[in-house]
Design a protein around this ligand. Structure first.
Ligand code: AMP
Ligand code: GLY
Length: 426
């Protein structure tokens, strides 16, 4: 079969790499892709949100399966348009993608389905939001979230009411996130460890992937500003088999059922961002796609045929495939970022040492923000590379990944040095 992957990040490079390994796959395209995907498949110069051109391309090339990486095209309705054009697509419909596209919608669905999550209220009026904060007992701590998509930046975790008032002002009055922040969710702050559990869902059948733990803070020790994710490892000792069962039973089954009841069947990858609280796992957010960089770490461990699995999801036949087969060895992904990220950063610095890094055993360098200019590969985004390794132990995987990291350099390059150290805390 011919496969098209949509997107240009590390997640998409990992998808291309894994899909290519399927014996049933004859050709892979990536739109628009990056310098890394162009080494493994054919890049197509069409942006991920240019739905009409993507459809034309898929029709012309007779693509059998299109896999949508990022959330923005999904929220715009790319899956519906592909289906209308008679094209098979992995990813939820527009109305199902609202689970990520609107935090208000997601919270209301969770409330209806009785899924454990933080208490919340929704506001469009800043005075009302402020008085809600004051009314709650002193000592309450809040999280203020823009309702719509804000590229992962729309969430402020507050340590006191002053910070909460500031965040409300920035979103509702100063319109920091534009339209996306004109409605906000004010929710209680939860305490605990965070982990991600992703699952393939075909509308009815739910197949969880191996759990992973992301590292969202910029700096070692989970300090500094939030990022898209500076690294991940899988499996994580905090998600035991028992917790997976609880998440499936108390979170995934009820939400998938509720979505069906609402006439919004979910097909694709459902990503539950979890806080493991003293009262059990609670949902921080749902994403309607694979995570980045969780995908890089998790796919490194997948032994099953990803293309056939995604094909089955798209066709609603997930119940007909064999259980997923996983490499029991742990993996981790270290993200190398541009100097200044998650703030402003310079692009266009030549990246050196990729060939040397490729020689490190059981290690794969996935590209994210990279671009080929002439015979040079340069940095072209905030998160640039996802150096991913597998090993008999998490320490061995870590050693390999950082050995490869050491080979790679460009002006301003940096990474966290403590990816997966959390695993040793438990
Ligand atoms: P979200 O995009 O909703 O996952 O939020 C981004 C990050 O904010 C999460 O990964 C958490 O670290 C943090 N966060 C979100 N909601 C809460 C909450 N209710 N309590 C504590 N931290 C939260
Ligand atoms: N790693 C976080 C995300 O993909 O949203």
């Amino acid at each position: 079969m011919k496969v098209l992957v949509i997107g240009s990040g590390g997640r998409e490079h990992a998808l291309v790499w894994k899909l290519k390994q399927s014996p049933s796959v004859t050709q892979v395209f990536c739109a628009p892709g990056n310098a890394g995907t162009s080494l493994e498949c054919t890049n197509v110069e069409i942006q991920a949100t240019d739905i009409p051109r993507l459809i034309k391309f898929a029709q012309k090339e007779k693509i059998d399966l299109t896999v949508v990486g990022p959330e923005v095209p999904l929220v715009l309705g790319i899956a519906d348009e592909f289906q209308k054009a008679g094209l098979r697509v992995f990813g939820p419909s527009k109305v199902a993608a609202e689970l990520e596209g609107s935090k208000k919608f997601a919270k209301e669905m969770m409330r209806k389905a009785n899924v454990p999550t933080a208490d919340f209220r929704v506001f469009t009026n800043s005075a009302e939001a402020m008085s809600y904060i004051e009314e709650r007992e002193a000592g309450d701590r809040f999280v203020i979230k823009a309702d719509g998509l804000a590229a992962g930046k729309g969430v402020t975790v507050c340590s006191n009411n002053e910070e909460a008032r500031e965040a409300i002002k920035r979103m509702l009055l100063q319109r920091e996130f534009g339209e996306a922040g004109l409605r906000i969710v004010v929710e209680d702050r939860l305490e605990g460890e965070e982990a991600s559990l992703l699952a393939f869902v075909d509308g009815n059948t739910i197949v969880p992937l191996e759990a992973a733990q992301d590292h969202k803070a910029a700096f070692d020790g989970d300090l500094g500003p939030n990022t898209g994710g500076m690294g991940a490892y899988s499996p994580t000792p905090i998600i035991t088999d028992e917790i997976v069962d609880t998440v499936v039973e108390k979170i995934l089954i009820p939400i998938v059922h509720e979505m069906n009841k609402e006439g919004r069947p979910f097909r694709g990858c459902l990503y539950a961002g979890l806080m493991l609280t003293s009262q059990g796992p609670k949902v921080l957010e749902f994403n309607v796609r694979l995570g980045d960089p969780e995908t890089q770490a998790v796919l490194m461990r997948l032994k099953s045929d990803l293309a056939l699995t995604m094909f089955a999801v798209a066709d609603g036949k997930l119940d007909q495939i064999e259980p997923l087969d996983w490499d029991p060895r742990p993996s981790l992904c270290v993200v190398m970022a541009s100097g200044g990220y998650p703030g402003d950063y310079e692009k266009g610095h030549p990246i050196r040492g990729l060939e040397e890094a490729a020689l490190v055993p059981e290690t794969k360098v996935f590209h994210a923000g990279t671009r080929q200019i002439g015979d040079q590969i340069v940095n072209d985004g905030g998160r640039v590379l996802g150096v991913t390794a597998i090993g008999d132990t998490i320490s061995e995987a870590k050693l390999r990944a950082y050995q490869a990291v050491k080979c790679i350099r460009w002006d301003g390059a940096w990474c966290r040095k403590d990816i997966s150290d959390k695993a040793n805390r438990y």
